[in-house]
Design a protein around this ligand. Structure first.
Ligand code: URA
Length: 248
């Protein structure tokens, strides 16, 4: 399969399409040992040797994207009424089989991982793997030490479900607190239901991290970038005390 060299560089998370053009112009990209300058040169990523700044880049079978989801967009592959997260994937990064690995509510913003790798998605979503997800929740009123400690130890939801322990950090206190919360589960409306169980309503919710990979602070809401292989490894990193105890 042959694709344009600039498309290869952007879909493999080596550079954005515009950075790719710069790299090519500067002679930093070699195909089979020869510098190439034309962005529309077609290459065969499985047969040609593509070297950027001296390093050889192989072809990644699957694609992994970081989307900064805005409000009002649904975490689905298609929807008759609302825009979906897939509608936000730029044309050069689209390919068959992409889906969001995990859902955020329509009014939640932040990090959504989009991939065509079902096995990887299963690994990060399965409760057995305890991949931590980090959120920032803006609350409707003050929250006390007792409530924080109930949440930290594993709160019981309104329907009787007992949550696993969570890690909480007060980012801002007062009348409209902002709380960072890390959980290793992914139940329906989990964060909202956890705070509801201690008498607070979540007014704003943002996912800032999946595993050890933080949402890129330069990524604007609605934008999407390919995740490099080294950043991909960070997703599966077991990064905190919540991941150390037994199975569900
Ligand atoms: N918990 C929620 O309540 N909503 C989300 O979107 C994600 C986690």
């Amino acid at each position: 399969m042959k694709i344009r060299i600039d498309k290869f560089l952007s879909t493999q998370a080596i550079a954005t399409r515009s950075q790719a053009k710069e790299m090519l112009r500067a002679g930093r990209v070699l195909v089979n040992g020869t510098p190439v300058k034309a962005a529309d040169l077609k290459v065969d990523p499985e047969g040609d040797e593509i070297r950027v700044d001296g390093r050889v880049y192989g072809y990644q079978e699957h694609l992994y994207l970081m989307l900064n989801k805005p409000q009002g967009v649904v975490s689905a592959t298609d929807d008759k009424v609302h825009r979906t997260v897939l509608d936000l994937v730029p044309p050069e990064l689209r390919r068959r089989g992409l889906f969001p690995a995990g859902r955020l509510d329509r009014d939640t913003v932040g990090f959504v991982l989009i991939t065509d790798d079902g096995e990887f998605a299963h690994n990060i979503l399965s409760p057995r793997h305890h991949v931590p997800k980090t959120y920032e929740a803006g609350l409707d009123g003050p929250i006390g030490e007792n409530e924080l400690s109930v949440l930290a130890q594993g709160v019981v939801l309104g329907d009787g479900t007992k949550c696993r322990p969570a890690e909480l950090t007060v980012l801002q206190s007062g009348e409209r607190p902002l709380i960072q919360i890390v959980i290793v589960e992914g139940r329906y409306h989990q964060i909202k239901r956890m705070f509801a169980a201690v008498g607070r309503r979540v007014l704003t919710l943002k996912r800032t991290k999946i595993g050890g990979l933080a949402l890129d602070p330069s990524l604007k809401e609605g934008d999407c970038i390919a995740i490099s292989p080294s950043n991909l490894e960070k997703i599966q990193m077991k990064t905190n005390s919540l991941t150390e105890d037994g199975e569900d």
